[in-house]
Design a protein around this ligand. Structure first.
Ligand code: 13P
Ligand code: SF4
Length: 337
């Protein structure tokens, strides 16, 4: 991996992108510089809970996918710097077509979004002409444009319940969240066969053993996890839902079955409690999203300094993808979500 001085980084990024660059420059206080750039450029930094702790610490707003979309919709800043993955920055751009939206690393994708290529999904949708499409926000703008309503893990239940009972539904792209929602809502939805690489690899066996070693620990899980893990869970919720649960609940120990980034906020708001990352089915002790973790504090600084990489999309796609997102935001506001 190339290690570059910060002044050399811009040329390299223009030529090769961000992959395999490590910036090492002790003369720069990145926290100070990022704060300075925010003010100078009227920029806001929005970060998902799965970002590394340093990025969460410099962010103006930290949230789950719904909170971040809501914040992106209402921000007055001229530049939105999205510390998250590509579909999240795309959503911010769709809601703010005239603003500059930056993503520290353009390669920060999402295995779940990638599991639904638009051409295949279009053909799948044509097989069910009397169904409407509810898509999880973790999908590309092209899939959003093919959808009737978008949802996130925070509002999916309410979004589905807002649709008349007799209306048939395709749910995409996450089959695990879809199966969980079918049970919760009693709706017989057709599911797209996609999944998240992070939430799919938790080990039931290792979690069961961990629970035996920590009999008072509660297992809390994201609904993108597979059914056997969800069956064992004491609480299931979006990242914001899980965080709020640990703030209100009176247990002292939690096994957390989602990406490890969320532990930073859990530990900050409940320093007296113990949070144990649920182990995946490989040799690692915790479970990082390789896409989310492509963003670093150095890349965040460089992207603010040089105002790139920027999210760019065709107007027709922006307009088509906006409608189902706006429907989601309207329904969420109706339920104060
Ligand atoms: P939420 O932000 O809705 O909790 O979803 C988690 C996730 O996987 C984001 O990529
Ligand atoms: Fe995508 Fe899963 Fe990573 Fe979220 S955690 S960005 S759903 S791969």
């Amino acid at each position: 991996m190339e290690v570059l001085h910060i002044a050399e980084a811009k040329n390299n990024i223009l030529k090769k992108g961000f992959l395999d660059i490590e910036i090492n420059d002790a003369s720069i206080d990145l926290f100070y510089e990022i704060e300075r750039l925010k003010k100078e450029k009227n920029a806001v930094v929005l970060a998902h809970y799965y970002q590394e702790p340093d990025i969460q610490d410099v962010a103006d707003f930290i949230g789950d996918s719904l909170g971040l979309a809501q914040e992106a919709e209402k921000t007055k800043a001229e530049i939105i710097v999205f510390a998250g993955v590509h579909f999240m920055a795309e959503t911010a751009k769709i809601l703010n077509p005239n603003k500059k939206v930056l993503l520290p690393d353009l390669n920060a994708g999402c295995s779940l979004a990638d599991s639904a290529p638009a051409s295949l999904f279009k053909a799948f949708k044509e097989k069910y002409p009397d169904h409407i499409v509810i898509s999880y926000i973790n999908c590309s703008a092209e899939i959003k444009a093919l959808s009737d309503i978008i949802c996130t893990s925070s509002n999916a239940e309410k979004i589905i319940e807002s649709v008349p009972k007799e209306q048939k539904i395709i749910f995409a792209p996450d089959k695990n969240l879809g199966a969980y929602l079918k049970k919760k809502t009693g709706r017989d939805m057709v599911l797209w066969n996609g999944a998240c690489m992070v939430h799919e690899i938790f080990s039931l066996e290792k979690i069961t053993k961990l629970k035996m070693r920590h009999p008072n620990a509660k297992l809390i899980a994201h609904p993108e996890c597979e059914e056997p893990i969800l069956r064992l869970a004491d609480f299931i919720g979006s990242t914001t839902g899980l965080l709020k649960y640990t703030q209100k609940d009176d247990a002292r120990e939690y096994i957390v079955a989602t990406e490890t980034g969320i532990l930073h906020q859990m530990q900050l708001s409940s320093p007296e409690k113990t949070f144990i990352p649920a182990p995946p089915d490989n040799s690692c002790a915790c479970n990082d999203c390789p896409h989310m973790k492509l963003n670093t504090l150095e890349k965040l600084y460089i992207c603010m300094e040089y105002e790139m990489p920027e999210i760019a999309m065709e107007k027709t796609l922006l307009d088509a993808a906006r409608k189902p997102i706006e429907r989601m935001l309207e329904i969420s506001a109706r339920y104060s979500l």
